[in-house]
Design a protein around this ligand. Structure first.
Ligand SMILES: Cc1cc2nc3c(=O)[nH]c(=O)nc-3n(C[C@H](O)[C@H](O)[C@H](O)COP(=O)(O)OP(=O)(O)OC[C@H]3O[C@@H](n4cnc5c(N)ncnc54)[C@H](O)[C@@H]3O)c2cc1C
Length: 466
């Protein structure tokens, strides 16, 4: 599915054009805040953007629909935190804080964190930086004047309010504000618009002596054996999917589990999201019953399922540069680079019948992400950061991981603060003062690095260089 600027943003269901409509009366909407930088969404990209903007002296407000910061880390119970190595600045500050709190631990080749501590630490960091944030508030529309985004319409228990800003950063994951502002976007795989499956993460306790390094294939074999013995449950995936995944958390005996998959869901339709949530939660409970039949897991218990189902893929906002599969497989560098990625191409099959995992086919080389991919085409005053930046379905399957989303967020936050302070459009920073300012703050970029200095997240493989 694609949308061009000429189409009216908003409708999310193909059935919309056939439905009856009501006409709302014009409204006078009170202005609740007027800030330098407005950040939509407080997930990995959003908190990094808000912290970077606030630490750079901008009056910063972040609007978050849930009652916690962290997005998929907290409301989504996602672990581990991939591709955070060498990103520097805000990313390193977060790692240092989690480490000091005993809430960050090495697991396999990467790291996991404690979800509750993450919520607390993010609130502390935002408070210390002087950033303001509002919970339980949803951005429902954009304020646009002559092609320049001037702010957002926010709905909450306080009603409908306007927030004005010199620069807006859309970190909603789904590109909500950019789409409402009229930005073009793509959704799903080219050709059929199908998106990767959704997954509800859940946390468990009672791991006993379950081995940390046990691969998901071995675990799957144990589960299959238990299933055949009990004959009670059918798993919604085959062995080729390489799941379930038991991810040890810092608290001994606890883990996050990545196992459920719901296919063919449109993340922009609440009816479909509800169906997927109910189905995934059912799968989680059924899976734990089976897992209890495997060695060391007899005492396993779900402590919580995620408040929000994990959405891998929604809108990819069309920007001034579209990051492609060729870019990430060739390890491309850019003059206007703002961060980098090393994660493999992890396309979870959009069709459960697909048997081959993409990361086995295409090797990713450490690649850079340009500022232009964070700048929606045809609009001023707006940046995007996180999984909704401009890229193809395949490239997105690498850059969507949270360490890289934070890298984009911190760059977008600094760009927004600089643009607001100078009263210039963020696009004017392409090829200009942004990169030196990022390097000055300790942001890691590939340009200054030799291959052997880059520690990546290639599923534990050694990095391969041409
Ligand atoms: C099941 C699953 C497993 C994954 N596995 C990993 C993994 O192991 N490691 C890893 O690093 N990454 C993983 N990823 C990828 C990663 O989680 C996401 O791509 C990443 O969270 C994107 O970050 P973000 O900040 O762009 O979006 P999000 O984390 O989605 O954050 C967006 C935030 O915006 C808020 N928001 C959205 N719309 C609005 C609105 N209109 N108004 C106000 N607030 C709004 C949301 O509540 C949320 O807090 C996984 C993703 C999924 C779904």
């Amino acid at each position: 599915m694609t949308s061009d600027k000429s189409s009216v943003p908003g409708p999310v269901s193909p059935a919309d054009s056939a439905r009856p409509v009501v006409h709302e009366a014009p409204r006078r909407t009170p202005v609740a805040a007027d800030v330098d930088v407005l950040v939509v969404g407080g997930g990995p990209a959003g908190v990094a953007a808000a912290l970077a903007a606030a630490q750079s002296g901008a009056r910063t407000l972040c609007i978050e629909r849930h009652g916690m910061l962290g997005g998929v880390w907290t409301a989504g119970l996602l672990n581990p935190l991939f591709d955070a190595n060498n990103k520097g600045w805000i990313v390193q500050q977060l790692i240092d804080r989690l480490t000091a709190a005993g809430a960050w631990r090495k697991w396999n080749w990467t790291h996991t964190f404690d979800t509750e501590t993450m919520k607390l630490v993010l609130e502390q960091m935002m408070g210390e930086a002087g950033a303001e944030w509002w919970y339980q508030s949803m951005v429902v529309d954009a304020i646009v004047e002559d092609g320049r985004v001037r702010g957002a319409i926010v709905e909450s228990k306080a009603g409908r309010e306007a927030v004005l800003a010199k620069v807006v950063i859309d970190c909603s994951g789904d590109g909500d504000l950019a789409a409402r502002a009229g930005a073009g976007f793509d959704l799903g795989r080219a050709g059929d618009g199908l998106c990767q499956p959704m997954t509800m993460m859940f946390e468990v306790e009672g791991l006993g002596a379950f081995p940390e390094q046990q691969s998901s294939e071995v675990l799957f074999d144990h589960m299959q054996e238990a299933m055949e013995r009990t004959g009670k449950v059918t798993l919604p995936f085959g062995r080729a999917r390489n799941v379930p995944w038991i991810i040890h958390l810092p608290q001994p005996g606890t883990a996050a589990v990545q196992a459920t998959h719901v296919y063919g869901v449109n993340a922009l339709d609440p009816r479909e999201l509800t169906r997927a949530t109910v189905e995934a939660r059912r799968q989680a409970h059924e899976l734990v019953k089976v897992l209890r039949g495997t060695p060391h897991l007899q005492g396993l218990r779900i402590t919580q399922t995620a408040a929000a189902i994990g959405v891998r893929e929604a809108r990819r906002v069309r920007g001034r540069y579209c990051l492609t599969l060729e870019d990430i497989s060739a390890g491309r560098r850019f003059d206007d680079a703002v961060t980098f990625g090393t994660f493999p191409l992890d396309v979870h099959e959009v069709n459960p019948k697909d048997k081959v995992r993409s990361s086995r086919i295409v090797k990713t080389m450490p690649y850079e992400i340009p500022l232009r991919s964070l700048l929606p085409a045809g609009l001023e005053g707006l940046l995007v950061a996180g999984r909704c930046i401009s890229g193809t379905h395949e490239a997105h399957a690498s850059y969507r991981v949270t360490g890289t989303c934070m890298g984009m967020g911190q760059a977008a936050g600094l760009a927004a603060a600089m643009a607001a302070a100078e009263n210039v459009p963020p696009a004017s920073l392409v090829g200009g003062a942004l990169k030196p300012a990022l390097l000055q703050r300790g942001v890691g970029l590939l340009e200054a690095k030799k291959p052997e200095e880059i520690v990546g997240d290639l599923y534990g493989d050694k990095l391969v260089w041409h």
